[in-house]
Design a protein around this ligand. Structure first.
Ligand code: BEZ
Ligand code: FE
Length: 286
């Protein structure tokens, strides 16, 4: 570095980071200094051209401009770059046997109706009916009473109710179920179908340019909460779905692929799955 801290290509990141004030929050200092180091290293690595940086700025501008209260294109960008899954992995390291987390996605709606155990969440009557059942237990195998199993899924055409308000009934394929003393849960939904993430914006166009498809393998979303335990945000995936190995948001984990058994009964399918919760604060940090 030169004495006056004028900009130089060679020391670019050090010069920028040296400007941070003494009172900067220590964590903010760590995060921003690392971000600047890696951004500058990236630009040097690819010998970033001016016209390429102009395209990137235009892309980020359009990504911001398409965001509304209902649409979050930056989260979608984070999802398709694998950054959402990486952040989730860093924050939810759990012991073997505990249920793994996966990507939250943009379609959760808080305060879904609390339904009777065994009730149906499928309000539009479309799709192949499926009984979902299992237990919410701790890592010792003990049932967890009073756990809330919050579920949401797309409809038979691959759309969540919030994507087509007025056309799909509100709360279609959504509900919350509270476990009793035996920790069991059950409800009737549909066998989920694979669907594309919203791909009519800048992120979708980026995927196209990268030769990537926008599809997610069929899955059902779960958020399981219980006092004294870490919240599980996860999915179960339909075994044998053709997109399992190339989910566009990288959400698939082997342990989350659930059986879907064809049955002869009130429903056409049955999908058993147990949720294993760790005590609050049980995730490890390096
Ligand atoms: C979802 O599964 O609902 C989802 C996840 C990430 C991006 C878009 C949709
Ligand atoms: Fe989804």
């Amino acid at each position: 570095m030169n004495d006056k801290s004028y900009f130089s290509e060679e020391h670019s990141d050090e010069i920028v980071n040296a400007r941070m004030g003494d009172d900067t929050n220590p964590r903010l200092r760590t995060v921003m200094a690392s971000l600047v180091r890696h951004l500058h290293a990236f630009a040097k690595d690819v010998e970033l051209r001016q016209d390429e940086w102009d395209v990137a700025i235009d892309f980020l501008t359009r990504t911001g401009q398409i965001c509304t209260d209902e649409r979050q294109e930056f989260i979608l960008l984070s999802d398709v770059l694998g950054l959402s899954m990486l952040t989730d992995a860093i924050n939810n390291r759990r012991p073997d046997g505990a249920t793994e987390n996966t990507v939250f996605g943009p379609f959760h709606v808080a305060n879904a109706p609390i339904r009777e155990m065994g009730a149906s969440i499928n309000l539009d009557g479309k799709g192949e009916s499926c009984l979902f059942e299992g237990r919410v237990i701790d890592t010792q195998g003990m049932p967890i009473t009073g756990a809330c199993v919050d579920v949401w899924s797309d409809d038979a055409d691959g759309f969540y109710d919030v994507q087509k308000p007025g056309e799909i009934p509100k709360w279609n394929n959504r509900g919350r179920f509270i476990t009793g003393p035996d920790g069991t849960y059950s409800f009737v939904g549909i066998k989920p179908v694979s669907y594309p993430i919203p791909d009519d914006g800048p992120v979708g166009r980026m995927l196209g340019k990268l030769g990537r498809h926008p599809f997610r393998p069929a899955h059902l979303h779960f958020m399981v909460t219980a006092p004294g335990h870490d919240t599980i945000v996860t999915h179960t995936f339909v075994a044998e779905d053709s997109y399992l190995s190339d989910d566009t948001v990288f959400g698939v984990k082997e342990t989350l692929i659930a059986p879907f058994e064809h049955v002869r009964g009130d429903t056409e399918w049955r999908s058993p799955f147990d949720f294993v919760m760790v005590p609050a604060g049980g995730a490890t940090r390096k």
